[in-house]
Design a protein around this ligand. Structure first.
Ligand SMILES: O=C(O)[C@@H](CO)OP(=O)(O)O
Length: 243
């Protein structure tokens, strides 16, 4: 599983959610490095899954290219999209913390069940977007807390990813900070309280190994562990108001 490399709005420290922003040059380099690390560690894949957002899709392309796996079957799904950030979408995180307080921003960013204020339906540009035409009525979010993201990610795990893994397929998933937090929460059995502390670094492969019952037996980030810890701390810092 891999979170996309740095996006333009990661660089500008803006809430992104379903906004379809692309990778920065650093993000491309991170995606290529992720592919290199996976290849060097002897990994290969049979199948790829990603979201409908170009920062995750392009990250996957770079991983595939670096690993010489451009032929992989790729499935794209809205269920792996980033958590919808509602009316916060596009706002600067530090400015939002200065305005509403760091505590409130932490609640919006990391609490399990408090969603950010919802987008007004008329401001929802995703509604007329062809990529979302297959969503059932009521499935299109106007905001989401992590609990809502878990509710739409888990069916994809149970119905699509888990059966593939159970059948012995080696699966790579390119996704987003909070759609990954949703999956990690479920796979690792993390409590609603402890999930607040979990931050996912950009462009670092997170390897899961499962037993026959699909219980994770090993889970680790690939790469320089000190650099990965620093990247995770930097993600947590994004919600602080700058002095
Ligand atoms: O803006 C977003 O959509 C996410 C991921 O980049 O940010 P955060 O880490 O604040 O949940």
């Amino acid at each position: 599983m891999i979170r996309h490399g740095q996006s333009l709005w990661n660089q500008e420290n803006r809430f992104t959610g379903w906004a379809d922003v692309d990778l920065t040059p650093q993000g491309i380099a991170e995606a290529q490095e992720a592919g290199r690390l996976l290849k060097e560690a002897g990994f290969t894949f049979d199948l790829a899954h990603t979201s409908l957002l170009k920062r995750a899709v392009r990250t996957l392309w770079h991983v595939q290219e670096t690993m010489d796996l451009m032929w992989l079957p790729v499935v794209t799904t809205w269920r792996l999209n980033e958590r919808h950030y509602g009316a916060l979408t596009g706002l600067n995180k530090a400015e939002t913390a200065a305005r509403y307080g760091e505590k409130q921003v932490l609640v919006w960013r990391r609490s399990y069940d408090v969603p950010p204020p919802a987008l007004k339906p008329e401001a929802n540009v995703s509604a007329g977007d062809a990529r979302y035409a297959g969503l059932a009525p009521g499935e299109m979010p106007l905001t989401e807390c992590l609990k809502d993201t878990v509710a739409r990610v888990l069916p994809y795990w149970h119905e699509t990813l888990a059966p593939a893994i159970r059948a012995g397929r080696r699966v790579v998933v390119s996704a987003h900070g909070n759609s990954m937090r949703a999956l990690i929460k479920y796979l690792d059995g993390i409590s609603d309280e402890d999930i607040v502390e979990l931050n996912v670094p950009n462009g670092v492969p997170l390897v899961y190994e499962f037993d026959d019952a699909l219980k994770p037996v090993r889970r680790y980030y690939l790469g320089d562990q000190a650099a990965i810890a620093a990247k995770m701390a930097a993600v947590a810092q994004q919600g602080k108001a700058k002095a």
